[in-house]
Design a protein around this ligand. Structure first.
Ligand code: ADP
Ligand code: MG
Ligand code: MG
Length: 255
């Protein structure tokens, strides 16, 4: 069972007037097979946590540890993290001009698996996954995220998730900008991956609505750069009713 352990993580970014601490001591353990929802107000540092785990160079780790099965994740390059089984679906996926979805997926799968997938089974795998996500086959020939609608971007992220089969999946606001039908299709994709029992999921969200489709085992409230409270699925209901106000300290969330 793979386990991601985050202990007392502190992260800063370089702002105009010097370094600014965004994450202020995050503690979290995610095991394969578990689904954790991270919920919190805008600007609380949720995306910073996601990027830091994936190894984005903009974020400087100033303290704490992150391990995957005891291996130091913070020492790994972005590629090494992906190979180790850490997957990030970004809140704002980036365009990759000149690279088709089909090529991108195959290159990613080759990198993660350590060898190129056999063409015949690969084509079937991709086709099956695209059908399940109700994606037009022509989509595979489009350039990654170029002119994609919000819904297409998110489906493409879940398509990667289904094909790359990570150990730890970090989904940053996969629900944002989706209409009800797209939200259901995307959620079903996440649930299919979850049902394999082989992925630990960190579902980052601002709203509770995706949690109607994906039932988390744990809910964590994120505020001021750390986890302010943890509980079960019932905590999401409380947040739905009461909002985040009680968790946000006066004077700005990361002041
Ligand atoms: P969330 O995802 O919870 O909305 P973010 O992690 O995106 O929060 O941002 C947390 C805080 O850190 C915000 O105040 C944001 O402006 C700031 N921040 C994030 N990235 C940077 C950056 N690269 N440079 C300066 N400030 C940043
Ligand atoms: Mg935000
Ligand atoms: Mg964010």
């Amino acid at each position: 069972m793979a386990t991601l352990e985050i202990h007392d993580l502190h992260v800063s970014v370089e702002a105009e007037n010097g370094p600014r601490e965004i994450l202020r001591g995050v503690d979290l353990t995610v095991k394969q097979g578990e689904t954790h929802a991270i919920m919190g107000p805008n600007g609380s540092g949720k995306s910073t946590l996601a990027y830091s785990l994936a190894g984005h160079p903009k974020y400087t780790i100033t303290g704490g540890t992150v391990t995957l099965d005891g291996e130091n994740v913070l020492e790994m390059s972005v590629d090494e993290r992906a190979r180790a089984g850490v997957f990030l679906a970004m809140q704002y996926p980036v365009e990759v001009p000149g690279v088709s979805v089909s090529n991108f997926l195959r290159t990613s799968a080759t990198a993660v698996r350590g060898e190129a997938p056999k063409l015949r089974t690969w084509v079937k795998e991709v086709k099956g996954a695209m059908e399940r996500l109700q994606m037009d086959p022509a989509f595979a020939e489009r350039n990654v995220n170029e002119g994609f609608s919000g819904g297409e971007k998110k489906r493409h992220e879940i398509l990667q998730l289904e094909l790359l089969k990570p150990k730890i999946a970090i989904l940053d606001e996969t629900d944002s900008g989706l209409d009800v039908d797209a939200l259901r299709i995307v959620s079903e994709g996440v649930n299919r991956v979850r049902e394999t029992g082989e992925v630990g999921t960190l579902l980052i969200t601002h709203y509770t609505r995706i949690l109607r489709y994906i039932k988390p085992d744990f809910v964590h409230v994120f505020a001021n750069g750390r986890i302010a409270e943890s509980g079960g699925a019932e905590l999401a209901d409380k947040l739905e009713e009461e909002g985040y106000e009680a968790y946000v300290t006066k004077g700005g969330v990361t002041a």
